[in-house]
Design a protein around this ligand. Structure first.
Ligand SMILES: [Zn+2]
Length: 454
């Protein structure tokens, strides 16, 4: 067989199991999986002996700040970091300006991203107070899903419970997901204020301003709304076993709810905050150490649908605004490049997660949920040739300075990682060669979901 790219001697992770095989790629698609022989001709051959050939990672929750906040990230630097981390598709969430809560802003953002991205991407639309008609148009224009926040931020309109149930009822018959940032606004405001009154404004005080109950209550309420309205909901960046168990219960009662978590809640905990300072501040906040191990139990119990980075960055100066009062720090941590490698190191190498479960959690499950499958999310004949090649033998240390993202900080600097991405293939083309991102700016494509119901 003739092909443009042949990936030889890999441990190919498919939905049917892991095979010793070669992967044949032609015109951006996987055309054959098997053993190559003398008669096979490839324009380019990559020998990956001993390494995992994984479905390209899908990070369904990133913020790339473009347009509006491109002093700290843009679609080129964000997707370059993604490519260096084995991520071949990102779904980008609104925290961009103008807010994509209308068709015009959504389409403008799509154009900007198309001109800069080096991996494939989808875009979330935002919910705002009176944009129901615009939501329908954004869906038709290919919005991956919609996002709403329950906590107030000056930039993004917070919807109240009435508006959210109305929005859920509207989306219920449309095969589109509403992703929700779940923290109870009243509880967060009350405790943040209390902490300030007590003069507790150091990094280690931050989690007490956003206590666990605020997340558990919000997850309980939103999953109840999902159950009652029939809307498909995704619980964004869940941090607690108690909240995951609520999702699990509601699912048993017919709610169509998925739940994700992030490396910051699986590798970091609040005792690290004095050292991490402003660079460990995210919402929801880092939790107690014992909660981290309970969250791992949820992974092994199959109760969490996927891992995402929730990559959200600011300039060092912006983060340092919270030096005196931690509650002034803009919340967010970076990890689009590190997310799946950290999860491999900790999950597969240290805790014994199977490589097949790893592929489900980093690619397949999110592809299915967001209607990108079978084009994305697995290694199979006919699928897009999006591939992450990972060497499990390589041990390396995170060095923030070498990250491809625009801002060279993360909460993982100096952490030892077992397993490294050595190549990333996007649509059959090498996008990352193990050292540098070699994909052309603008080579990433906009990917619209294929909905079962229009
Ligand atoms: Zn987010």
């Amino acid at each position: 067989m003739n092909c443009s790219l042949l990936i030889k001697n890999g441990r190919v992770v498919t939905e049917e199991g892991t095979l010793s095989a070669d992967v044949f790629i032609e015109e951006g698609k996987i055309v054959h999986i098997g053993k190559s022989g003398e008669e096979d001709k490839a324009e380019k051959v990559i020998d990956v002996k001993g390494q995992f050939v994984l479905p390209g990672f899908i990070d369904p929750h990133v913020h790339f700040n473009d347009p509006g906040l491109t002093n700290s990230e843009d679609f080129y630097t964000g997707t370059s970091a993604a490519a260096a981390g084995g991520v071949t598709t990102v779904l980008e969430h609104p925290l961009t300006f103008p807010l994509p809560d209308n068709l015009k802003a959504f389409n403008e953002k799509k154009e900007i991203a198309e001109s800069k991205a080096v991996v494939d991407f989808g875009l979330f639309g935002a919910c705002s107070e009176k944009n129901q008609g615009e939501m329908k148009q954004m869906m038709e224009s290919g919005a991956s899903a919609f996002k709403t926040f329950l906590t107030y931020s000056p930039e993004i309109p917070k919807l109240d419970d009435g508006q959210i149930t109305e929005r859920m009822a509207f989306l219920a018959d449309k095969d589109v997901i509403l992703a929700i940032h779940c923290e109870n606004n009243d509880i967060v405001n009350y405790y943040t204020n209390e902490m300030r009154c007590l003069g507790r404004t150091k990094p280690e005080d931050y989690p007490d301003g956003r206590p666990e109950i605020s997340e558990i209550e919000a997850v309980s309420r939103m999953t109840l709304f999902a159950q009652e309205t029939g809307c498909k909901v995704n619980i964004a960046h869940c941090t607690l076993q108690a909240a995951v168990n609520i999702v699990d219960d509601r699912r048993r009662n017919g709610a169509d709810v998925s739940v994700e978590t992030c490396p910051q809640y699986l590798l970091l905990n609040r005792t690290m905050l004095p050292e991490l300072g402003v660079f460990g501040i995210c919402n929801p906040p880092l939790r107690r150490e014992e909660e981290v191990s309970k969250l791992w139990d949820c992974i092994f119990d199959g109760k969490i649908d996927w891992i995402c980075s929730d990559h959200a960055t600011y300039t060092v100066e912006e983060k340092m605004e919270g030096r005196e009062d931690i509650f002034k720090t803009p919340a967010g941590v970076t990890s689009v490049e590190l997310c799946c490698q950290l999860f491999f190191s900790e999950g597969v190498m240290k805790r014994g997660l199977s490589i097949e479960a790893f592929a489900d959690l980093t690619s397949t499950n999110a592809a299915k949920r967001y209607n990108l499958y079978p084009q994305k999310g697995h290694i199979a004949v006919g699928a897009d040739a999006d591939i992450a090649i990972l060497n499990p033998e390589e041990i390396w240390t995170v060095d923030d300075k070498s990250l491809k993202q625009m801002m060279k900080w993360s909460p993982y600097n100096g952490m030892e990682v077992r397993g490294k991405i050595t190549k990333t293939i996007v649509n059959g083309i090498e996008a990352y060669d193990g050292k540098e991102v070699i994909a052309e700016k603008g080579s990433g494509r906009f990917i619209a979901p294929v909905r079962k119901v229009k």
